[in-house]
Design a protein around this ligand. Structure first.
Ligand SMILES: Nc1ncnc2c1ncn2[C@@H]1O[C@H](COP(=O)(O)OP(=O)(O)O)[C@@H](O)[C@H]1O
Ligand SMILES: O=C(CO)[C@@H](O)[C@H](O)COP(=O)(O)O
Length: 503
């Protein structure tokens, strides 16, 4: 851990070797520094709803074992629950039994969460997660004070409630006693790095979601902490993407393993997908995210697009929504059916849900920036109020909100010609089959894998062997835009959004 004491504390991300291009196999048993045939690497995805642990073969990326454990519901949690869930998922995946075969471990985790601890390492407050909107007023005040353009120049994002600095500003304003005890601030993956190695560390991708790290100059911006939190806490060292965060502590069993730098979950998905510049991914998990890998930073002073870093030394322009897969889960709960039956209902409805249109902002929203928004159902008639149409409207709502995000990405010069669709929500057949038509571009669905955990495993291989492996990806299904109903549905959605929220 390093206490950033002045402007310009540089991060190791600046001297990052370029990753190999897809198709170039880059790890072979003979070239591996510390790995033998039969070696495995372990990727961890500590996401909003659960922790997933995946062990894969170091040389092929083939899955060896997997385990998961649930996280509690809520947008503010004790970080200790992530450690417990990791232990449970680790045990469920049988990592202990793999013993000396484990060459490396890396963590990818939900971005932005404020992990604030005292000098003894104990949380001074529950961690506020990316989808906690209590800091919306603080974010707005920070933008009004410093100016959106200045924010983009300093850290390549414009603050919204999700970002760590907005949460710290809320803590200083609302919980001054807790803020006074704060010694170190980190992110969910930094917290887990500490559980695995005994020391705090982070990487450039996750640091880029704090709003006090500049991913263009690769440096912390402590003056922003001083200005909006009131002091500069100790900050985890920002490790290069191929660096080691330390040796795995003996309590985790596989003690010969090296721990990689880790990353934010979207950077993890990009690494797991082997996403190349020119490709766009849409992830439908708790959050909906739309992102691409880019050689150059992408800047947006409107704040819609976040100019994050990826986990290879490049950039990761991204737009995120708060309401994604859980909109379908909420719809299923309301109809008192499980997700399989909900899918069947959505598939049985007319393509345009008979005119029912849902704005899915059930938990407030970030894209568009409407933290206090709620959902709205429009276009109801006596004829269209059926369970089938309601299920279909929920599916279309998720896709429409991500189509808005894709349009945002495109408007900042990122080509959107084809989309890779991942995340738990992409298991819905109704959603997969409608996605290309609502997005207006072809959609590829890769085989169902935990891409965030896979990306973490790939980074672990990089840290363990010195080379980033290329494992390839397999497309399971592809869809083309189909029929004029897509434009109708997009038009109704945009019109409802403008009418209800004026955006
Ligand atoms: N068949 C399905 N239809 C709709 N949603 C689904 C389906 N299967 C899983 N999900 C949803 O996917 C989400 C979990 O996806 P995941 O990508 O693991 O999210 P996260 O990484 O945010 O935890 C849950 O909200 C779950 O309800
Ligand atoms: O806030 C963001 C990205 O900016 C979210 O992507 C979170 O990183 C968590 O997402 P899940 O993977 O848990 O859905």
């Amino acid at each position: 851990m390093s206490a950033a004491s002045g402007e310009g504390a540089t991060a190791a991300g600046a001297q990052v070797p370029r990753p190999p291009t897809p198709g170039q196999a880059s790890v072979s048993p003979s070239s591996a520094v510390s790995a033998a045939a039969g070696s495995v690497v372990v990727g961890i995805d500590s996401s909003t709803q659960s922790c997933k642990v995946v062990a894969v073969d170091l040389f092929t990326g083939a899955q060896v074992s997997t385990g998961s454990a649930a996280h509690p519901d809520g947008t503010a949690v004790d970080p200790g629950v992530w450690t417990v869930a990791l232990g449970d998922a680790w045990a469920a995946a049988g990592i202990d039994a793999l013993g000396g075969r484990v060459a490396g471990v890396s963590v990818a985790a939900q971005q932005h969460g404020m992990v604030a601890v005292d000098s003894a390492g104990e949380p001074v407050h529950d961690a506020l997660l990316w989808n906690d909107v209590r800091s919306a007023d603080d974010a707005a005040a920070m933008v009004a004070d410093f100016g959106a353009k200045a924010w983009v120049e300093a850290v390549n994002v414009v603050p919204v409630a999700s970002f760590t600095l907005s949460k710290l500003a809320w803590l200083a304003r609302s919980e001054p006693n807790a803020a006074a005890r704060l010694h170190t601030v980190g992110l969910p993956h930094d917290w887990l790095n500490r559980q695995l190695t005994g020391t705090w560390s982070t990487d450039r991708s996750d640091a880029s979601g704090t709003a006090y790290f500049d991913p263009v100059a690769n440096t912390y911006r402590p003056h922003l902490l001083k200005e909006y939190f009131g002091s500069v806490p100790a900050l985890p060292e920002v490790l290069a993407p191929n660096a080691s965060a330390g040796q795995l502590l003996p309590r985790w069993g596989a003690s010969s393993a090296v721990v990689g730098a880790g990353m934010g979950d979207n950077a993890g998905a990009a690494l797991g997908l082997e996403l190349a510049p020119g490709e766009v991914a849409v992830s439908i998990g708790t959050s909906g995210t739309v992102f691409a890998v880019s050689e150059e930073p992408v800047q947006d002073a409107s704040g819609q697009l976040a100019g994050f870093a990826d986990a290879t030394g490049r950039h990761l322009p991204l737009l995120a929504t708060i309401n994604a897969a859980r909109v379908m889960a909420a719809g299923a709960a309301m109809l008192n059916v499980d997700l399989a039956e909900f899918d069947r209902l959505a598939l049985a409805a007319a393509p345009d849900a008979g005119g029912l249109t849902l704005l899915p902002y059930l938990d407030g929203e970030r894209t568009p920036n409407l933290p206090d928004a709620t959902g709205t159902l429009t276009g109801m008639t006596r004829a269209n109020m059926t369970p089938e149409n309601l299920a279909r409207a929920s599916v279309l709502a998720v896709l429409n909100s991500l189509a808005d995000a894709l349009a945002g990405l495109h408007s900042f010069g990122v080509p959107v010609e084809r989309v890779l669709l991942i995340g738990g929500g992409s298991k819905s057949r109704a959603l997969r089959e409608a996605a290309a038509t609502v997005f207006g571009v072809p959609v590829d669905v890769p085989e169902q894998r935990e891409y965030v955990a896979l990306g973490a495993a790939r980074q672990a291989a990089w840290a363990a062997t010195g080379e980033l492996p290329v494992w390839g990806r397999r497309i399971e299904e592809s869809f083309m835009p189909d029929g004029g109903w897509g434009a109708t549905v997009r038009g109704r959605y945009s019109s409802a959004r403008r009418t209800v929220y004026g955006v």
